[in-house]
Design a protein around this ligand. Sequence first.
Ligand SMILES: C[S@@+](CC[C@H](N)C(=O)[O-])C[C@H]1O[C@@H](n2cnc3c(N)ncnc32)[C@H](O)[C@@H]1O
Length: 380
Amino acid sequence: MPTYTLMATAAMGLEAVVANEVKNLGYECQTDNGRVIFQGDESAIARCNMWLRSADRVKIIVGEFKATTFDQLFEATKALPWEQYLPKEAEFPVQGKSVKSTLFSVSDCQAIVKKAIVERLRNKYRIQTWLQETGPLFKIEVSLLKDKATLTIDTSGAGLHRRGYRIAQGGAPLKETLAAALIQLTNWHPDRPFVDPFCGSGTIPIEAALIGQNIAPGFNREFVSEEWHWMGEEVWENARVEAEDVANYNQPLDITGSDIDHRMVDVAQKNAFEAGLADLIQFKQMNVKDFSTSKEYGVIVGNPPYGERLGDRPEVEQMYQEMGQALAGYDTWSVYMLTSHEGFEQFYGKQATKKRKLFNGFIRTDYYQYWGKRPPRQKD
Ligand SMILES: C[S@@+](CC[C@H](N)C(=O)[O-])C[C@H]1O[C@@H](n2cnc3c(N)ncnc32)[C@H](O)[C@@H]1O
C-alpha cells in the first residue's frame, strides 16, 4: 500500500489531545497550527476517521509549495499527481483560504487550482472534452498561509463531530469532538463515577460512555472516502471489524447526566438511546446546587451557562457560587468546568489547580480544573 501524508485537523487548543489520539493509534506525528501531521496508508485513513474522537477531519496532503504568483500556483498544482487520487469521473469542488499571503483572492486561487487539476486530469486520462464530474466526491482545499500553499483532499465528508447519534439538541450544545477532548483532559478512568451536572443534550455523558467502553466514535456513520475505488472495501471492513473486536461492552460504567431543565433531560435520553448507550447513563432533572453523593473519587465535567448576555450574568454568578458550595465537601472528587466567564474562580470560591485555554466554537473559554485526591493504589 502507498503511504500518504495525512493531516488531522483540530480546533485551536486541542492539537495535543488529537496528537495523543493519533499516537495511540500507532502513528508518529507532529503538530503545527491546528494540524496534526503523520504518515499512513489506506488503513490509517479508515482507522483515523473511525477512531479520532477530538479531530475535526482527516485530510490527505497532496502537496505543499511556495506560491506568490498565480502562475506558480497553477504550475505547482498541475505538477502534482492528481490522477493517483481522482478517477476520470471524479467530482472535485475546490475550496480555499488565505492568511497573510500575497495571493489573497480566495476565489481566484480556487479557480486556478481547479483549472490546473482539470488540465492535469485531461492530459493523463486523454480527455478532449469537459470532465463530466459525475463520480465520487473529492473535496479539495487550497490553503495559503504566509505564501505557502497546501493542497488537501478531505477523507471524512461530514465533520468527525457528526457521530450520528444527535437527533435532538438544546440551545448551546457542545461539539462532540470538544466534549471528547474535555473528558480526555481529565483523570477519569472508567471504574470511577462520572457526572455532568449541566448535561443539556447529553453530549459529555454520551462521549464518556463511548470512551469508557472503548467504542469507536465513527462506528455508526459513513465517510466520503468509502466511495473511493483505491481505498478498497476491505480497508473499511477491517476498520469496522477492529472497532467491534476492541470495544469493551462489558465494562461497567457509572455515568450520570443531570440538568435543571427536564426538557433537556428528555433530549439527552433520546440521544443516548440513539447512540445505543441508554442503559449506561443515568439522566435526571436536578439543580447543580442540590448535588450530593456518597461515592468517592468521581469526576465532574460540566459546560455550564457562561452568562455571555449581560442580563444573565448575576444569575449565572449566583449559580457558580451555589455550585462551589455544593461541591466543596467532596475532596476526593475532581471537578472540570468549561466557561468563558473570567470571574469563575471567584464565584466558585476556589482557585483552580490548573486552567487551560480552549475555544468553544468562536468563544474563548477556560477549562477550570480542580484535581481531587488520588484514589489509593490497589493492592495486587
Ligand atoms: C451550555 S448548556 C450545556 C450543553 C451541553 N453540554 C450539550 O452538549 O448539550 C448548559 C445547560 O445547563 C443547564 N443549567 C442551567 N442552570 C443550571 C443549574 N442551576 N443546574 C443544573 N443545570 C443548569 C441548562 O438547562 C443547559 O442545558
